[in-house]
Design a protein around this ligand. Structure first.
Ligand SMILES: [Fe+2]
Length: 345
């Protein structure tokens, strides 16, 4: 596995770049906006293809690099389903898998620092966000934080991992880089409590000042979405209600860009083809199935995904590949559901 721990001094944030092999797909966890050029350079140097960028939670102390990485690489942006961020391409829930080529991370919901905090688990390591820090835990006094929930996330979830599991947090302010679950169980002062009430008491009396960047970072991080208006302005977006009226029409081909797990959980629009977003480029280039389908039958390609982010990027890519009738469902399946569009499972 290729693994890089990257550091932003200004916010003491750790970001993590993962891939299973040189030349393969890569994932980045908790990227920081100011460091995006550095990440892109490293991705190039290591000959990787960045396909996913994920935040463990909505950060209050730095602006996320998710939007900028998506704009540069067309990667998928990911957060938990509780996030207040306006639009990310994909939302995860407890029990899901976060996958790229050759790597599969277990997704566990670990609220408490915020109500959208998640941890990501590999067999030998866990990315804990701000839920569990090295010799500390993330504060619980804003962004719907809750020390009771955090106690459960720590003692009920993270500390149940094997003692040898490496702990990679989203921050460290003292220069530590990695710990283990066993080490934190014994030496983390916040974990030496004997009851949930004692933990709540401890967390409610920290009296910490708000992060310097909070008033800037939180609003900015709630607006990471791709500007779908530009695609709409060019006439390449259909509102869900209009798309609904086209359902079953012979000159339309619906294409679902989501992953299998999203299709299973949320259902699919009837008779849609499944072309996962990572396979898109291959299928729209000359000789690819969607390219040939569109060219030989004059059918209109109507892309959709979860929230309209991947499909907006797909429309642009299809247009670039000469498929001028390509369009998408603005707002994705989320908007489709709100328009009472039918779904099959
Ligand atoms: Fe945080």
């Amino acid at each position: 596995m290729i693994f890089r721990q990257l550091f932003d001094q200004a916010s003491s944030t750790y970001s993590y770049l993962l891939a299973s092999r040189a030349g393969g797909e890569a994932l980045i966890i908790d990227p920081v906006l100011e460091k995006v050029d550095r990440y892109l350079h490293l991705v190039k140097e290591l000959n990787l293809k960045l396909v996913k960028a994920v935040d463990t939670h909505l950060h209050a102390d730095h602006i996320t690099g998710l939007g900028a990485l998506r704009d540069h690489t067309h990667c998928i942006t990911i957060m938990g389903e509780q996030t207040k961020a306006d639009v990310v391409s994909m939302r995860l829930a407890d029990g899901d898998k976060l996958t790229i080529e050759g790597l599969s991370l277990d997704v566990i919901y670990t609220p408490g620092h915020t109500d959208d905090s998640y941890s990501f688990v590999l067999p030998d390591r866990v990315f804990t966000g701000d839920t569990l820090l090295i010799r500390g835990t993330g504060r619980t006094d804003f962004q719907n934080g809750d020390p009771r929930q955090q106690y459960e996330s720590l003692f009920g979830r993270l500390l149940k991992l094997p003692d040898a599991t490496l702990v990679y947090p989203a921050h460290d302010y003292k220069g530590d880089t990695v710990s283990t679950i066993g080490e934190e169980r014994v030496y983390n002062p916040r974990l030496q409590v004997t009851s949930v009430d004692e933990y709540v008491d401890l967390m409610n009396n920290l009296k910490l000042p708000n992060p310097k960047m909070m008033d800037v970072a939180v609003p900015a991080n709630m607006k990471v979405g791709l500007v779908q208006e530009e695609i709409a302005r060019r006439g390449w977006a259909l509102p869900a209600a209009e798309a609904l009226a086209l359902l079953g029409k012979p000159d339309i081909v619906l294409i679902d860009l989501r992953e299998r797990s999203e299709r299973e959980r949320h259902g699919t629009i009837p008779n849609a083809l499944h072309v996962p977003y990572p396979a898109l480029q291959e299928s729209i280039r000359s000789g690819g199935i969607l390219h040939e389908l569109a060219k030989s039958t004059s059918k209109r390609l109507l892309f959709y995904c979860a929230f309209g982010e991947r499909s907006a990027m797909a429309v642009q890519a299809a247009q670039d590949a000469g498929l001028t009738a390509a369009c998408h469902i603005g707002g994705g399946l989320d908007a489709w559901k709100k328009a009472s569009g039918p779904l099959v499972r």
